[in-house]
Design a protein around this ligand. Structure first.
Ligand code: PLP
Length: 377
């Protein structure tokens, strides 16, 4: 149940800490405060916990422990993947237009090439093939999109990359996928895989990048040589231990969560489509993660709707951004060919493991009322 009478439907932005993650972290915020890079007993205790967490992360990500690089979150993991390989190999970086800014903006710093997605948000495989050549060193395609939840066919994408860019590694931002999808199998075709703890019940500011054996990345953070020289800086032991605990719970519960939350999402989306005239759903539910409900309400400004929802206890979000005083439509919706007015009428209601029937009931009551009010009826 969400706190008080609030329906928290912004789980794609962040999730509450799993009790198991909090319990795992507490000793490392207290007595077990050693620096794992040291040699004495306190340091060894911290290092043992760190390596135990690495084993768990490796297991949950389908990697070997030595392939897991702990980072300060998903953004840093994406930066390390792209800048790290580009720094080592040069060449060209390619990514779809619907990537998270952590990828898009990092690719842009090295003059990245952007490829289109179709109206369903899925990368256009022909356009991808056309953008690839021997000079391409990194192709970055997210496993699941943060705004509309679209799942990319990574196996097919890897095949296109192997054929048309034989010198490239495939990086996947699996930040939004991990709560819902079996990353061990679905991200297996990628040589680099980024995740972020706070999207699956872990703490903020902690993440990981899988760097498969045989792939070299230059560090983006230089210093004491931690993480086998791939990411310097004293380890956030409590955060890493908390992430590992959250990973374990997420993986153990995933099938049940997907079934239960997918049912709630369907009830929410179907209820709003039926109950609010002029509502359209973004993307195809069959190729979306179970927690994503992305709707466009004809004639509505999403910013105004979000304020009314907030007043009524529903936490949601929109992908629009306020740039130089003007509201800009989301780059993801624009990439899917949705026009500006339509894109600016959208709201993302993202469900998670703690979402309840009561949350959905509240949203089903509040959203139609708020839309009707904005429409002046
Ligand atoms: N990639 C995706 C797809 C995301 O949704 C996010 C967070 O919103 C990130 C990367 C960035 O992760 P973090 O918040 O840990 O920096």
């Amino acid at each position: 149940m969400s706190p008080g009478s609030i329906a928290y439907l912004d789980n794609a932005a962040t999730t509450p800490l799993h009790p198991e993650a909090l319990a795992a972290m507490l000793p490392f915020l207290g007595d077990r405060f050693g620096n794992p890079s040291g040699v004495h007993a306190m340091a060894r205790d911290a290092r043992a916990a760190l390596e135990e967490a690495r084993d768990v992360a490796a297991d949950c990500l389908g990697a070997r422990p030595g392939e897991v690089v702990f980072t300060g979150g998903g953004t840093e993991a994406d930066n390390l993947a792209i800048t790290g390989v580009h720094g080592r190999c040069g060449g060209t970086v390619v990514c779809p237009a619907s990537e998270h800014h952590a990828v898009l903006h990092t690719a842009a710093t090295v003059g990245g090439r952007v490829v289109p997605v179709g109206p369903d948000g899925i990368v256009d495989l022909d356009a991808l093939a056309g953008a690839l050549d021997d000079d391409v060193t990194v192709v970055s395609v997210m496993l699941a999109n943060n705004e509309v939840g679209t799942i990319q066919p990574l196996g097919q994408i890897a095949e296109v990359v192997r054929t048309h860019a034989p010198n490239a590694v495939l990086h996947t931002d699996a930040v939004q996928a991990f709560p819902w999808l079996d990353v061990t199998s679905l991200a297996a075709p990628a040589q680099l895989v980024a995740v972020s703890a706070h999207k699956f019940g872990g703490p903020k500011g902690v993440g990981a990048l899988v760097v498969r054996d045989g792939v070299d990345v230059d560090p983006v953070i230089h210093g004491g040589g931690q993480e086998r020289d791939r990411r310097s800086g004293t380890h956030n032991v409590a955060g890493i231990v908390g992430m590992a605990a959250a990973m374990r719970v997420t993986v153990d519960m995933r099938a049940r969560t997907v079934e239960r939350v997918g049912g709630l999402r369907d009830r929410l989306a179907d209820g709003l489509i039926a109950g609010v005239p002029g509502t359209r759903e973004t993307g195809d539910r069959r190729t979306k993660v179970a927690g994503n409900c992305h709707l466009r309400f004809e004639g509505i400004e999403s910013e105004a709707l979000l304020i009314l929802l907030d007043d009524a206890g529903v936490c949601a979000s929109a992908g629009s951004a306020c740039t130089s005083g003007a509201i800009e439509p989301s780059h993801v919706l624009t990439a899917m060919g949705i026009d500006a007015a339509d894109a600016l009428s959208s709201v993302r209601l993202s469900l998670g493991p703690t979402t309840t029937d009561d949350d959905v009931d509240l949203a089903l009551k509040v959203v139609p009322e708020a839309v009707a009010r904005l429409r002046g009826r």
